[in-house]
Write a protein that binds this ligand. Structure first.
Ligand SMILES: C[S@@+](CC[C@H](N)C(=O)[O-])C[C@H]1O[C@@H](n2cnc3c(N)ncnc32)[C@H](O)[C@@H]1O
Length: 334
């Protein structure tokens, strides 16, 4: 069996769906707001994805090593919990997929019967993963869906009657604001059957200097990753942002528990975006909010599960208790 890449349209699987219109619309709406903002999902063009891969390898960015430790420690336990009958392994936002490979290899080793569906907004990541799995594990049934999470999940619902196990790793859930987190989890619940599993990575609250280091790495890769969003608008939308006229700024909000990423205009300037036929005015030190990375309390994680229709099966943590992979089961009363 070899992997197939689908590109998802709003209504159907379509071979030539182009997300440029969505990007244009979100930039137009976001830069017109009083508090300017652009959704973080637009970080992940080819350049952004390559920079993110470098971030995950940087010693200041503790999240990846913590989650790799958790998955390596508990992979057999996870295989035993979910693998009793054939299932669909569905991953939201796999990135370069090194974490999931630990589980996939364990599942193959244990001869579990499963398919693997990847949903990611970055076509670049999906193409690389398909090529790798086709080469290294040609027996694996693999489907890659190039889509936003919300649309991709809907597609799963219409096609599968098997037990599902959804992976949402890396604390990518932390990029949603809290209201959207609950809407997303309830939407996910709606698309799943009673007894299905989800495994969600949550980065826990910790000393603020550790957080600040992780999002301001000593080699400036996170800075370049954030500024790439401006370069992407230059490349794809015909904007004229100058990198030397913006700086990257990270702040931790103690009340909400979120690291927040901003791009800050260093002077008064007017930006033209050709494809939007629009100009945008920036005052000195005006910012664009580009990402939330929420950090969680265990009570908050329990509340998310309980209020959106899941029960917590087990919380798996790393040895430093920095990170949790929380295994949930869908509860539906009949
Ligand atoms: C923070 S990275 C995490 C990657 C990987 N799961 C990890 O733990 O290292 C987020 C991943 O989700 C994808 N992504 C971000 N926003 C998305 C969205 N709204 N819909 C679908 N994929 C998205 C990105 O392309 C990237 O692969």
């Amino acid at each position: 069996m070899s992997g197939i890449l689908y590109v998802l349209d709003d209504q159907k699987l379509a071979p030539h769906y182009d997300d440029l219109e969505a990007f244009k619309n979100d930039v137009l709406q976001g830069l017109r707001k009083l508090n300017k903002q652009i959704p973080s999902k637009y970080f992940y063009d080819a350049q952004g994805s390559a920079l993110f891969d470098q971030i995950t390898r940087h010693p200041d960015y503790y999240l990846t090593s913590c989650e790799l430790e958790i998955l390596d420690t508990y992979k057999k336990q996870l295989a035993m919990k979910v693998g009793a009958e054939p299932f669909n392994l569905i991953e939201l936002g796999p990135g370069e997929g090194i974490k999931t490979r630990i589980l996939v290899e364990q599942f193959l080793h244990d001869s579990l019967s499963f398919t693997y569906t990847l949903i990611d907004i970055s076509k670049n990541y999906l193409e690389k993963l398909i090529a790798q799995y086709n080469r290294q594990s040609p027996q694996l049934e693999l489907i890659a869906i190039n889509s936003d999470y919300f649309k991709g999940i809907q597609w799963i619902n219409t096609t599968s009657k098997r037990r599902n196990m959804v992976l949402f790793l890396g604390s990518s859930i932390g990029n949603f604001d809290i209201a959207t987190t609950k809407i997303f989890l309830r939407h996910l619940w709606d698309c799943l059957h009673a007894g299905d599993y989800v495994l969600i990575g949550f980065d826990l609250r910790k000393a603020i200097d550790i957080l600040m280091r992780a999002y301001n790495d000593s080699d400036g890769i996170t800075r370049d990753f954030n500024l790439n969003l401006l370069q992407r608008m230059n490349r794809e939308l015909g904007a004229n942002f100058r990198m030397d006229k913006f700086s990257h700024y990270e702040a931790y909000n103690v009340y909400s528990g979120a690291m927040e990423s901003h791009l800050v205009s260093l002077e008064s300037q007017i930006i033209d975006i050709d494809t939007l036929a629009s100009t945008f005015t920036f005052e000195p030190f005006e910012g664009i909010h580009v990402e939330y990375s929420h950090k969680y309390l265990l009570t908050q994680i329990a509340e998310f599960a309980y209020t959106t229709g899941f029960e917590i099966v087990q919380n798996f943590t790393d040895s430093q208790h920095y990170f949790v992979d929380s295994l949930w089961r869908v509860v539906k009363r009949t």
